[in-house]
Design a protein around this ligand. Structure first.
Ligand code: GDP
Ligand code: CA
Length: 307
């Protein structure tokens, strides 16, 4: 069964691990968010794509929840001693990836090719495509002003309530090579339990991607990032409460209006399924504590396609 997963960073990466545990890795194409990409210390950082790569390569730090296992911070210590830019935590191992990527991008290689090459070198057998090779950046509108995504998320600790989102460059961004083909050939589309507003929406902001999902002839299943109406981590629940008016499964489904056929919701939310309309609820345990839990959650979503 050929599967395409739209994914943000850490939450999405955990789910992708489950999908890869449930279907052969080379049947899976992951389309990742680039709205979070940022230039730090002159380097191009793609946090969401790297979270997926590190998770699939088994290099991720499970305890910290982001970045690489066994990370050290010597470079950043030097940067700090020189009064350089340290707001965005870049570890020594992580930096190696950013150096290679930045050099390749400066030489004119598209991001999708650079990512494919890095994935290959890391032994990742699953295809990972950025949503677009074009520049697409998420901006966060708040009462304190509009901020680039990482400034709001990291520097300001996502404390400002969000009033609006803007995806700079999305109007003219084209899907990266392979994205539309993968969507057209898929037997199932999955939206990972990533933040709907800042992880999945920037992918769907690429017009041709949204149109392809809207025009699908196969099921599309989203997995809710909320458990008992609360985000496992991060601001998704606060954003839903403010921007969608609530944190029930119906509010999550409304983020994907016309785009999904089913929504996987946690057992803790199974009592609150009103207002889903045509979207079929699939009740499962959605806390992805370990490999088994990730695979079982993926299987619950994959079950939307009759065998
Ligand atoms: P980021 O780009 O690194 O911030 O990660 P994502 O957007 O891909 O994922 C963040 C979302 O994942 C948050 O809204 C979390 O609530 C959700 N999440 C993280 N772990 C789990 C889990 O175990 N189960 C579910 N259902 N959601 C999770
Ligand atoms: Ca992200």
């Amino acid at each position: 069964m050929r599967v395409v997963v739209l994914s943000g960073g850490v939450g999405g990466a955990r789910f992708v691990q489950g999908v890869v545990g449930a279907v052969p890795a080379d049947d899976v194409t992951v389309v990742g968010n680039v709205g979070d990409d940022v230039e730090v210390l002159g380097l191009h950082v793609s946090p969401d794509l790297d979270s997926i790569l590190y998770a699939l390569a088994g290099l991720n730090d499970e305890e910290r929840g982001w970045g690489r296992a066994g990370e050290t911070w010597r470079v950043l210590e030097t940067v700090a001693a020189l009064n350089g830019e340290t707001w965005f935590r870049l570890g020594d191992l992580d930096l190696g990836v950013h150096l290679v990527r930045t050099q390749a991008l400066r030489a004119g290689e598209p991001l999708s090719r650079v990512i494919a090459r890095i994935a290959d070198e890391l032994g990742v057998g699953t295809r990972l495509l950025p949503a677009t090779d074009d520049r697409l950046r998420t901006w966060i509108g708040t009462g304190a002003g509009e901020f680039p995504f990482q400034e709001w998320f990291v520097s300001r600790g996502h404390r400002d309530e969000v009033d609006a989102l803007r995806f700079e460059g999305a109007e003219t961004a084209a899907p990266a090579p392979g994205v539309l083909e993968a969507l057209a050939q898929a037997d199932l589309l999955l939206l990972a339990p990533s933040n709907p507003y800042v992880s999945i929406a920037p992918i769907l902001a690429v017009g041709e991607i949204r149109a392809a999902v809207a025009a699908r002839t196969v099921p599309c299943v989203a997995v809710s990032p909320l458990i008992a109406g609360r985000a496992v981590k991060g601001p998704a629940d606060r954003m839903l409460a403010r921007l969608a008016g609530g944190t029930s499964p119906a509010h999550v489904a409304r983020c994907y209006e016309g785009l999904i056929d089913a929504l996987v919701v946690d057992e803790a939310d199974a009592g609150d399924l009103d207002g889903l309309g045509d979207v079929r609820p699939i009740v499962a345990r959605t806390l992805m504590v370990d490999g088994d839990a990730r695979r079982r959650l993926a299987e619950a979503a994959l079950g939307a396609v009759p065998a």
